[in-house]
Design a protein around this ligand. Sequence first.
Ligand code: NAG
Ligand code: NAG
Ligand code: NAG
Ligand code: NAG
Length: 611
Amino acid sequence: MEVAYTFSFIFLVGFLFFQATSILIEDKQALIDFVNSLPHLRSLNWNEFSSPVCGHWTGITCSEDGSRVIAVRLPGIGFRGPIPPNTLSRLSSLQILSLRSNAITGPFPPDFYSLTNLSFLYLQFNKFSGPLPLNFSAWNNLTIVNLSNNEFNGSIPNSISNLTHLTALNLANNSIWGEIPDLYLPNLKQINLSNNKLTGIVPKSLEKFPGSAFIGNNISFVDSPVVSSSHQPNSKSKNVGKLSEAALLGIIVAACVLGLIGFVFLLLVWWLRKRSEDVFSGKLKKGELSPEKAISRSQDANNRLFFFEGCNYAFDLEDLLRASAEVLGKGTFGIAYKAVLEDANTVVVKRLKEVSVGKREFEQQMEVVGSVKHSNVIELRAYYYSKDEKLLVYDFYSRGSVTAMLHGNRGDDRIPLDWETRLRIAIGAARGIARIHVGKLVHGNIKSSNIFLNSQHYGCVSDLGLSTIMRPLAPPIARASGYRAPEVTDTRKSSQPSDVYSFGVLLLELLTGKSPIHTTATDEVIHLVRWVHSVVREEWTAEVFDTELLRYPNIEEEMVEMLQIALACVVRMPDQRPKMVDVARMIERVRHTDYENRPSSEAKSENSTPT
Ligand SMILES: *[C@@H]1O[C@H](CO)[C@@H](O)[C@H](O)[C@H]1NC(C)=O
Ligand SMILES: *[C@@H]1O[C@H](CO)[C@@H](O)[C@H](O)[C@H]1NC(C)=O
Ligand SMILES: *[C@@H]1O[C@H](CO)[C@@H](O)[C@H](O)[C@H]1NC(C)=O
Ligand SMILES: *[C@@H]1O[C@H](CO)[C@@H](O)[C@H](O)[C@H]1NC(C)=O
């Protein structure tokens, strides 16, 4: 009896497993058919044979049991042309579809009607044309619909009325005409129909929404002036000359009343907008970011997350906000979070505070920063700018920063940071900064917490180019000021020579294992540069070096050589400091002499061939 049970149980499990994988194979085929027949600019890592769909393919999310694809998020991939029929429509469990910010043309795919589980649909910023889908009631579960910034025409179908879950509808910036149907959508929190060709009046059911949701049409509210930006139907002024004084007075009074109503209306719009913005940033701060809560942002936040070319991530701002986030640290310019996205990618999101420049200047600087591509510079992947939020997105480095490696866990179980690694950190960081200095760009914030290890275990630098767009920092910010060159009183005026100084301090930190500014047991504040100078002046000894390094044989000469380079970088006069390219070359030579002078350790050097 029991045996039979067990057997049938195994059989059942086996059967279910077989069924699950075979369904997933069909979903996978649908995706491959889709991507193979729609030209695109950025390549996707969708390898048909080597990597599993779930958890590996960019932009794809599977159901918990791994049997179905439930989300496809491919914003900004550079898709061109119409959606190939009978591809995506086969993903019958699909709940989230984002193809925003591509160049997709053609009509709304009629076969999407088979995606009955669809809840979130983002197709904004494409070139879809033709009428909106007629039968919205096919998608019972629709929650957010964004079809804005396309070339849709035709009228708004009545069937939208049947979408009881709908919370946000954005059809702005299309060519939709006709009257707005009375939409009884109990859960609707946001709507934007602006910049279309709609006519008539705002229906009762939508009167609670701000006038800005309807601007750029030829629509009026039942008892307030037209909210059109282009058409002004009041042409009565031509007849004024023929009117009696009483009538004129009447008109003036009426105009005043209308003006007052208009003013109150504008005030209301302003207040509502302000309120929704506050909600936006409040939620980001608290990190309570479920999809439903992200709705209020989805409209105006969409599409401003700007990705740099060559970036393989595929996520929306909504995804970012929905991701589970953990505070990594408070930096000089803001808080850094580690965000694990739904597609299992991990990124670092920096929220900048105290940005002192406007949008254009910010974007220009980000363009410059984003164009620096070098194996020793951590690439800026994306940025976001709105009035209330400025976000930067970087890759995540699991080993943490050089600060953590040097100063973290000084207890008994500490893993020492060996000389080899420190040398690679110095070489890598120097090369990275030298690359940044090729143009006029300044890093402006060199310190050990901004240095990480790249995949070849060489140093690479992060956080460049921010100091010039941030408000100046007050002088006594302890740790950061330990790196700051003496001539820098305003952090916005950092220069390439002041970067060299900061790098010199970093070298001293690597050599001594001490923080740039630290206090002794007797509460004495020690400034690393001054301390090294004083020790070196008295007697040229190994006193300065990190005791942890003393266990490695035959490295004193290299350390002394490195110390000399560091001291050259931290000289007081900016114009006497070496250029970063030369610093990089000098550091490379430290190891070079090692190759030539110490044949005995050849074996050891071989596994550390510099890249
Ligand atoms: C809508 O979503 C619920 C779960 O949220 C699901 O049970 C239901 O089947 C969905 N309806 C349709 C028509 O897909
Ligand atoms: C809403 O759905 C019902 C059937 O579920 C249908 O009879 C009705 O026509 C729909 N309303 C609109 C406006 O499409
Ligand atoms: C409509 O287009 C304008 C101009 O391109 C843009 O500023 C605005 O944000 C767009 N509206 C929406 C809701 O996307
Ligand atoms: C709707 O979009 C327009 C731009 O197209 C914008 O100016 C307006 O503030 C938006 N209104 C709402 C309520 O989102």
